[in-house]
Design a protein around this ligand. Sequence first.
Ligand code: PEP
Ligand code: MN
Length: 341
Amino acid sequence: MMIVMTPDATEGEIAAVRSRLESVGRLHVLVMPGELTTAIGAIGDPEGVAELGLEGMRGVDRVIPISRPYKLASSELAHHEPTVLEIAGRLVGGGDTFCLIAGPCTVESREQTLTVASAVAAAGASMLRGGAFKPRTSPFAFKGLGAPGLEILDEAREQTGLPIVTELLDVQHAELVAEHADVIQIGARNMQNYGLLEVAGKLGKPVLLKRGLSSTVDELLMAADYVLKEGNEAVMLCERGIRTFETATRFTLDLSAIPWLKLHTHLPVIVDPSHASGDRRLVGPLSRAAAAVGADGLLVEVADDPEAALCDGPQQLSAGDFGDYARDVAAHAALTGKRLA
Ligand code: PEP
Ligand code: MN
């Protein structure tokens, strides 16, 4: 931490800050008088310094953190090598493979889910997505089939061999969802549901953590720390678009976040172009862009009959178009040296 004093801070005020820092014990404290202001460096134990409440002391102008606020998700601290997850034989992350997670927004029926599952499996998808418990903005909208939806997903896994990615919406369903899912999705609206993140971290299944609607990438990585600190190292991050002033698309896909995350974290980065755009005509171009800037995979919505879908119809690709889509994405993933997993 760096504590910057105001230009008119007195010697006594500087000494008071210094002695409060020294009271922590484990810190190296360095007072650096400048031409206009004095800065005080405090090296070691940033959490301990943050708890001192130095901002409120007389003569303190600002307190600037030097180390990054996320720890376990950071590629700077303990973990330099990219994390590679293996999910039922499919690799995610690591620089050589690209993972295509595809399927309906919501499990609506057995027939619908099995049809989409076999179409995406045939076109090279590595996992099947589908929500049984859906977060809906209106409490009166269709919220998914719940437990029977999970059983349909089991059947889709049996028929296609594809591992299942499905959302855990609420701690009360944690054990149930973990019994059926190969990957537990934490939705954008729950990214900062810290209790849920800790529960998800204890379930012994990989977690796909979606970025919150209005969350910074720092906040995303701190949310990932909540899962990682439970001893679960199998976390993938998902950029799914954020709220900006732009309303032409449903959200704004933050393409810059992809190479930024690849620089600052060891965790795999998955991109969801479907919820970001809200428009199937944009899903192909955004997917190709995400692959070209280094994403480790995509999470994309595909329906057998998008016009009849009960949820997110306008953004779902048609199962019949998925083969061409996957081929184009694979060509763009190849630009960064990745092959479909
Ligand atoms: C989803 O992927 O099913 C979903 C609801 O997405 P998000 O949480 O990103 O809105
Ligand atoms: Mn959806």
